[in-house]
Structures are given as structure tokens and as C-alpha cells.
Design a protein. Sequence first.
Length: 269
Amino acid sequence: MIESSITDQEFALFQRLIYKIAGISLSDAKKVLLVGRLTRRLKQYDFATFSQYYRMLATGEHPEELQTMVDLLTTNETYFFREPKHFDFLRDEIIRKRTSPAPFRVWSAASSSGEEVYTLAMVLAENVQNSPWEIVGSDISTQVLAKAATGHYSVARTEGIPPAFMRKYCLKGVRSHAGTFLIVPELRKKIAFYQINLTNPIDAGIGDFEVIFLRNVMIYFDPETKAKVVHNLLPRLKPGGYLIIGHSETLTGITDRVEAIRPTIYRKP
């Protein structure tokens, strides 16, 4: 029988583990969230305590379960056209002023379940006229990446998508898929998804980008980890490229290798 709560000592073990793996600082206020999300994993293994589950993870003999734990603790809420001023800036200040015929590449570095990626795809499809374009989406969670790759969502997720974009880029589900929609293949084929841990050096094989979106993920990092993540990303941003972060985030005191253009929008010299 599973105990109803986690001890402070047990919670501290998981705090250190998720920090070591993903760089996430799990505050004491997240204890209830951790219990809620991991209790079913204890049931899966017939463990009575969180200590037993931790010991199994700590052996390193169950990497698939370690990934499951990471998936459960890093899955975050997102939605289409979140913080829309960023997409306005992308359209009006970056794309429309661009003259290069080279491929236009954008990286959604914390893409979660894909809403940001497909929002970017709609904006690029409408506005990048004179060159090919492509988008990379990445996340540490394999669970949300699998969801994102399908491009399949509930109609409850359509809030924020302009009606014209819904008609043009979203296929309404019928029969057994009623109540859902699918992003059109023409957009999905221009997107690649990768599992990437931003706290580790980024493989140069991912290529370089004109724009990197790193939104609403640094709020989970301490200053040291924020600096490490930005340091890892910047080599993949082309000179003159833009790094865009969430409205509740800042790079002040984190790096001096980019210049602030607007609040939350930075340019690499």
C-alpha cells in the first residue's frame, strides 16, 4: 500500500535528481505536484514508498523509467499563439525586413506538445515568400515530443488561432476523430522534432538558426543553469539572429553576448 505523502527527505532526493538531469529547480511548493504525478509510477512497481522508487531510479538500470519520471515532472501547459506580440515581431520586424534567399530556420527550443511550433509554422507559411523555411522543435520530454509530432489536437485547443488560419492549416476531424483537428501535412513536413537537454552542449548537427524561441522554460532554472542554457544555445544562433524569451523572463545578469532590442527580444551582434 502506498503511503499518502512524501517525506521532506524523500522530496529532497527527487529535487536533486531532477536538477541533475534537467537543471530544473523544483521548489518546495511543487511537492504536491510531484506526489500527484509520480504516485501512479509507485503503483506500477508495487512500491510502498517514494524512497523505493528513488532507489530504483538511482541505480541507473532503468533509463526508460528515468525518462518517464522526467516526462511527468517537466510537462508544462502551452497553447497556440501564446504571447502573440512575439509572433507579430517575427512577422513585421524579422521576416518582412529580411532580404536573404537562404533558408529561414527557426528553433522552438522548449516546444512542449507542439503548439508553439505549429504557430510558428502558420506565421512562416503566410509570410516567408522568397525562400524555403523550416522549423526545429525540441524538448527534454519524449512524451510531449511524441504528441507534438502527430500535429493532432482537441478543438478545445483552438483558442487563439485566427479563423482564417483554422480554415487554411487545420483539418477538422470527422467520425471517430470528431472534436479534434490535424495540422495540415504541408506544414508538418517542414518541421523536425528532437529530444534535446538544453543543459548539455548542443550538437552542431542541428544546424544554425535565424531565430530561437526559448520561452517560459528559464523560469524553472536557477541563475547558474540559465547561464549554462543560454551559453549552449548561442552558438546555434546566427550573427544578427534573434533570441526570444518569455514575458516573465529576462537575460539581465545572465549573458552579455546578446543585445536587448525590446523586452524579452534579444539580438546576437
